[in-house]
Design a protein around this ligand. Structure first.
Ligand code: 6PG
Length: 257
């Protein structure tokens, strides 16, 4: 079965036959984008997503054939969001990425910029992260990451931006109490995500198909994931067939894998 690719309103939608081909394609695409950015400017920044979908992709990045393609000395790693927990907690997005791939590649510790979920005040952690991002991207204006990875929740949340959440539109990183989770989360905001060079949503499973169709095909959609539209950058949705199951209007231009 082929991967199908379509372009709708400037959004590229790749639908892969199954979870394994999605995960492999995503890992390859992440590496090729970072390679291109390193060729262009000798530095690159990668923003990791959390949750369970990315783990197998991160594990592929740690495999020698992939990791050897990049000079990790030149790559800075950030997180799009974090749970309000210490790094050793099983819920930590940093912890997941550390075990899946960062602990297996040669990357200077100074290049790993985790969100300090252990700080007693979640808002202080958000403000500290915002300051760290600006320190690494000293240019004025909104820092532009080279590549941002995002996931999608069944309710249309992305990163830790949940429906009904309000945030200060001037902030680049916020902390919010998430009612349905009964805890604080720390998250980059659409203002920061949308300054990126490339944003890739990686979504798998039939459980997400309604949320995917809502974001990509409902013009009235207001969930947080629908706010992610890079101002000058690229937006790509990488799906498996199950997650694309409710999409009705993407053209099936066949492309080979
Ligand atoms: C998090 C993520 C979150 C995630 C979605 C999908 O911290 O959990 O940033 O936005 O991407 O909830 O999670 P799954 O990949 O586990 O379905």
């Amino acid at each position: 079965m082929n991967t199908t690719r379509s372009l709708r309103k400037g959004i590229r939608i790749d639908v892969h036959p199954n979870l394994d081909s999605l995960q492999t394609a995503a890992a390859k695409y992440i590496v090729s984008i970072l390679e291109a950015r390193l060729r262009a400017k000798n530095r690159a920044s990668l923003v990791l997503s959390g949750g369970s979908t990315p783990r197998p992709i991160f594990e592929r990045l740690a495999a020698s054939a992939m990791r050897r393609r990049l000079n990790w000395d030149q790559i800075n790693i950030f997180w799009g969001d974090e749970r309000w927990v210490p790094p050793e907690n099983h819920e930590s997005n940093f912890g997941m990425a550390w075990h899946a791939f960062l602990s297996k590649i040669r990357i200077p510790p100074a290049n790993i910029h985790r969100i300090s979920g252990e700080i007693k005040s979640a808002d202080k952690a958000a403000l500290a992260y915002q300051a760290e991002i600006r320190k690494i991207h000293p240019a004025s204006g909104i820092p532009s990451f080279d590549l941002v990875l995002l996931g999608l929740g069944e309710d249309g949340h992305t990163a830790s931006l949940f429906p009904e959440m309000q945030w200060n539109k001037k902030r680049l990183v916020i902390a919010s109490f998430v009612e349905k989770l009964g805890t604080f989360r720390i998250s980059m905001t659409p203002r920061l995500f949308n300054a990126a060079h490339t944003v890739i949503f990686i979504v798998a499973g039939s459980g997400k198909s309604k949320a995917v169709a809502n974001v990509l095909e409902n013009p009235e959609c207001k969930v947080p994931a629908s706010l992610i539209r890079p101002t000058g950058g690229r937006l790509i949705w990488m799906l498996d067939r199950a997650a694309a199951g409710e999409l009705t209007r993407y053209s099936q231009d066949k492309t080979s894998d």
